[in-house]
Design a protein around this ligand. Structure first.
Ligand SMILES: *[C@@H]1O[C@H](CO)[C@@H](O)[C@H](O)[C@H]1NC(C)=O
Ligand SMILES: *[C@@H]1O[C@H](CO)[C@@H](O)[C@H](O)[C@H]1NC(C)=O
Ligand SMILES: *[C@@H]1O[C@H](CO)[C@@H](O)[C@H](O)[C@H]1NC(C)=O
Ligand SMILES: *[C@@H]1O[C@H](CO)[C@@H](O)[C@H](O)[C@H]1NC(C)=O
Length: 702
C-alpha cells in the first residue's frame, strides 16, 4: 500500500516487529500504533515524503534510535514516542518544526543533550522528555517557546542552572524539573509565570533562598522544592498563593520560624516541611487549615502545642517526631498540660505565671458554656425560621456563604445592593437551575449571580455536606470553563456566584441573525475545540473527575473574542445531591443520551452525547432535531472555503460518533480533543458529501 496516508492501529494487542515493507510507505500523514506490544525498530523512512503530521507510537516496546527522517520533517504536529525502549543520542535527532504542537519522549533510554532547536518550535505547547538520561544544561532559548504550557524534563541527568529566561513563558502551566542535578538559585523570574499551576524542582542540588516573588504565581496549585539545599527562612509571601493545595519543602536547610501567613492557605491539603532546621512554635493560624489532610513537620527544632486542626490531631507520631518540644494529643508525644507549661515558666518567675493558666482555663470554661448556650439558641431559632419560612425579617441570618477570596458577608450585601434585591432589570438569562443576574460591584468587578429558585420553595438545600465538592469546583481552572466563585445559602436566597462572560450564551447568538453571521466558520471550529478541551479536562485531568450532566447551547458562554466558556459544571450534582433519579430534573430534552431512559447512572459518555448535539447545533445554526442531514449548514454564513470545509467534515464526523446509541462506542473527550488538534487532511470533496460517507469516515477513525 505504497500510497497509504493514514494508519491507526492503537489500543490492540499487536505483537512483534513492523514488516520491513513499511519503509516503502513514505507519504504517511497519520501513523498511530500506540498501546500495543510492538517491538523492533521504528520505521526509518516514515517522513521521507514530508507529509507526516501525527507520529504516535507510545507505550510499545520499540527499540533502536529515533528515525532519521524525522529530523527534517517540518510537517510534524504531534509526536508521542513515550513509554518505549528507544536509545541513542538525541542531541541532533530533531530539527525545527514550525507546526509542532506536542512532543513527548518520556520513559525511554535516550541520552545526549537538549537541543537549542526546540526554542524555535514556536507552536509547541507541550514538551516532555522526562525519565531518560539527558545531560547538559537547559538552553536559555527555551524561554522563546511562547505557546508552551507544559515543560517536563524530570528524572534525567540535567545540570547547570535554571535559566532565568524561562520566566518569559507566559502561558506555562507546569514546570517539572525534579530529579536532576540542577544547581544554583531558583531564579526570581519564575514569579513572572502568572499562570503556573505546578512547580516541581524537587531532588536537585538547588541552593539559595526561596524567592518571595513566587507569590506572583497566583494560580499555583502545587509547589515541591523538597530534597535540595535551600537555605534561609520560608518567605511569608507563600501564604498568598491562595489556591495552593500541595506544599512540600522537606529535606532542605530551611531555618527560622514557620510564617503565620501559611495559615491563609485555605485549600492546602498536603504540607511537608520535615527534615529542615525550623524553630519556634507552629503558628496558631494553622488552626484555619481545615482542608489539610496530610502533614509532616518531623525532624526540625519545633516546640509548643500542635495546632487545633484535624490533620494535626490525627497525625501519626512519625509526622511530628524529632523536634525540640512539641506537645499535643498524638500518641507518643507529651501532653500539653498546665504543669509542663508552668514548670517551664517557673524558671523565670514564680506564682504570677502559675495563676495565668488557671485563670485562662476558668475563662475558657465560662466562654465555652456561653458559646454552647448561644449555639443552642441559634439552632432553635433556625428551626423556627425554616418552619415558618418567614424570611423577610431575618436578613442577617447568613446560614452559609462560602466564597473564596472574598469576604462573604460584605459580598452578599454588595450583590444584594448591585442587583437591587434581584430586580428584573439586571436579568441576564435563564438556565436549568435558575435565573442569572448581573452584579456590578463597587469594586469594579462584574459577577454573574445565578439564583436558585428552589430555595424559596419546599426545602432549602442543605449544602454543608458538599463543602468539599464546592471546593473542588472552586479549584477548577481552565480557560474554557466559567470560573465558579462560590455558593451562598441564605434563609431568603440561595445563589451561585460566577465569573461574568460578556456575550452571553451560544443559544442567544445562534438565535440572532446578526450575531450569528458575525460568528464565522473559523470561530465555530475554534469553539468546538474549546468545548472539547474543557470537557476533556473535567473528565480526565481532574480528580475527582467531574461530569457536566447538562451540556446544552444555553450553558456555553462566549466572551468578547468569541472564546467559549462552559458554565454550570457540576451544578446538577451540587443542587440535587441526593436525587438518584436525577434524569427527571437534570438534563435537557434534546441533549440527553438515550441510555438514560433505562439507567440512572450518568457517565462521562452522556456528556459526550450532549457534546455531539451541541457540535451539530454550532454547524447547523440550530438544534439538529431528530435527524441530521448536512445540507442544512447554517445558511446565514457564506459556504465554507475549502480549508474550513475539510475541518467541518471532520468535526461533523466526530459529532456523529458522539451520538452513537451504544455509549461504549462513543469516543472519549480526550480522543476527541486530540483529534481536533490536528488540522484536517483532505479526505472527501465537500460539496455533495452524504451522510453515509460521513458515517463511513467516522467508522474509519475510531
Ligand atoms: C551526543 O552527541 C553530541 C553531538 O552530536 C555530542 O557532542 C555529545 O557528546 C553526545 N553525547 C553523549 C552523551 O554521547
Ligand atoms: C547516563 O549517562 C551518563 C553519561 O552522561 C552515563 O555515565 C550513565 O551511565 C548513564 N546512565 C544510564 C542509566 O544509562
Ligand atoms: C551539589 O553541589 C555541591 C556544590 O554546591 C557539590 O559538591 C555536590 O557534589 C553536588 N551534588 C550533586 C548530587 O550533584
Ligand atoms: C515528607 O518528606 C520526607 C522527605 O522528603 C519524606 O521522607 C516523607 O515521607 C514525607 N512525608 C509524608 C507524610 O509524605
Amino acid at each position: 500500500m505504497a500510497n497509504l496516508t493514514l494508519l491507526i492501529l492503537r489500543d490492540n494487542n499487536f505483537l512483534g516487529t513492523l514488516p520491513p515493507e513499511i519503509n516503502k510507505i513514505v507519504h504517511m500523514s497519520v501513523l498511530d500504533l500506540s498501546d500495543n506490544e510492538f517491538e523492533g525498530q521504528l520505521p526509518e523512512n516514515i517522513c521521507l515524503g514530508g507529509l507526516l503530521q501525527k507520529f504516535i507510537v507510545m507505550n510499545n516496546h520499540f527499540t533502536g534510535h529515533i528515525p532519521k527522517s524525522l529530523r527534517n520533517c517540518t510537517s510534524l504536529v504531534r509526536v508521542r514516542l513515550e513509554g518505549n525502549k528507544l536509545t541513542g543520542n538525541i542531541t541532533e535527532a530533531f530539527g525545527v518544526y514550525p507546526q509542532l504542537n506536542y512532543m513527548d519522549l518520556s520513559h525511554n533510554y535516550l541520552h545526549g543533550e537538549l537541543s537549542w532547536k526546540w526554542g524555535y518550535c514556536h507552536n509547541l505547547t507541550s514538551l516532555r522528555i522526562s525519565n531518560n538520561n539527558i545531560s547538559g544544561e537547559i538552553p536559555p532559548i527555551f524561554g522563546r517557546m511562547a505557546q508552551l504550557r507544559v515543560l517536563d524534563l524530570s528524572a534525567n541527568n540535567l545540570s547547570g542552572k535554571i535559566p532565568r529566561e524561562l520566566g518569559s513563558l507566559q502561558l506555562l502551566l507546569d514546570l517539572i524539573l525534579n530529579n536532576n542535578g540542577i544547581t544554583g538559585n531558583i531564579p526570581h523570574q519564575i514569579g513572572f509565570l502568572s499562570r503556573l499551576e505546578h512547580l516541581n524542582l524537587a531532588s536537585n542540588n538547588l541552593s539559595g533562598a526561596i524567592p518571595p516573588q513566587l507569590n506572583l504565581c497566583a494560580n499555583l496549585l502545587s509547589l515541591n522544592l523538597s530534597q535540595n539545599k535551600i537555605k534561609r527562612s520560608i518567605p511569608p509571601e507563600i501564604g498568598n498563593a491562595q489556591f495552593l493545595s500541595v506544599l512540600d519543602l522537606s529535606q532542605n536547610l530551611l531555618t527560622g520560624r514557620i510564617p503565620p501567613d501559611l495559615g491563609k492557605l485555605r485549600v492546602l491539603e498536603t504540607l511537608n516541611v520535615s527534615h529542615n532546621g525550623l524553630s519556634g512554635s507552629i503558628p496558631h493560624s494553622f488552626a484555619d487549615l481545615w482542608a489539610l489532610t496530610s502533614v509532616d513537620v518531623s525532624y526540625n527544632d519545633l516546640e509548643g502545642p500542635l495546632p487545633n486542626v484535624k490533620a494535626f490531631k490525627e497525625a501519626p507520631f512519625e509526622a511530628v517526631q524529632h523536634n525540640k518540644g512539641l506537645c499535643g494529643n498524638v500518641a507518643g508525644l507529651q501532653k500539653c498540660n498546665i504543669s509542663t507549661m508552668s514548670k517551664k515558666h517557673n524558671q523565670h518567675s514564680g506564682a504570677r505565671i502559675l495563676i495565668i493558666p488557671v485563670l485562662s482555663f476558668l475563662g475558657f470554661l465560662v466562654l465555652s458554656s456561653f458559646l454552647i448556650v448561644l449555639i443552642i439558641i441559634y439552632c432553635h431559632r433556625r428551626k423556627i425560621i425554616k418552619r415558618e419560612r418567614n424570611a423577610l425579617t431575618e436578613t442577617n441570618d447568613l446560614d452559609f456563604l462560602h466564597i473564596l477570596s472574598f469576604d462573604g458577608k460584605i459580598l452578599y450585601e454588595q450583590i444584594m445592593e448591585a442587583t437591587e434585591g434581584f430586580h428584573s432589570k439586571y436579568y441576564l438569562g435563564e438556565g436549568a437551575y435558575g435565573v442569572v443576574y448581573k452584579a456590578d460591584l463597587p469594586t469594579d468587578q462584574t459577577l454573574a449571580v445565578k439564583k436558585n429558585p428552589s430555595s424559596q420553595e419546599d426545602e432549602t438545600v442543605d449544602i454543608v455536606p458538599f463543602e468539599r465538592e464546592i471546593e473542588a469546583l472552586q479549584n477548577i481552572r481552565h480557560r474554557n470553563i466559567v470560573k465558579f466563585y462560590g455558593f451562598c445559602s441564605h434563609a431568603q436566597h440561595c445563589f451561585l456566584v460566577y465569573e461574568f462572560i460578556e456575550r452571553g450564551s451560544l443559544r442567544t447568538i445562534l438565535n440572532d441573525d446578526d450575531k450569528a453571521s458575525e460568528f464565522g466558520w473559523d470561530k465555530r471550529i475554534n469553539m468546538v475545540r474549546a468545548i472539547a478541551d474543557a470537557l476533556s479536562y473535567m473528565h480526565h485531568d481532574c480528580f475527582p473527575p467531574l461530569i457536566h450532566r447538562d451540556l446544552t447551547s444555553t450553558n456555553i458562554l462566549l466572551d468578547a473574542d468569541f472564546e467559549a466558556h462552559v458554565s454550570d459544571f457540576g451544578t446538577a450534582r451540587l443542587l440535587r445531591p441526593d436525587s438518584t433519579n436525577w434524569t427527571a430534573t437534570a438534563g435537557t430534552i434534546g441533549y440527553i443520551a438515550p441510555e438514560l431512559a433505562y439507567t440512572n447512572i450518568p457517565t462521562e459518555k452522556c456528556d459526550v452525547y450532549s457534546f455531539g448535539v451541541v457540535v451539530l447545533e454550532i454547524i447547523m445554526g440550530k438544534h439538529p432535531g431528530n435527524y441530521v442531514s448536512l445540507d442544512v449548514l447554517d445558511q446565514r454564513l457564506l459556504p465554507p472555503t475549502n480549508w474550513h470545509a475539510q475541518n467541518i467534515i471532520s468535526v461533523a464526523a466526530l459529532a456523529l460518533a458522539c451520538l452513537r446509541t451504544n455509549p461504549q462506542l462513543r469516543p472519549t473527550m480526550t480522543q476527541i480533543s486530540q483529534e481536533l488538534q490536528v488540522q484536517a487532511t483532505p479526505v472527501l470533496p465537500f460539496f455533495g458529501v452524504t451522510l453515509e460517507q460521513l458515517c463511513d469516515l467516522d467508522r474509519r477513525n475510531f
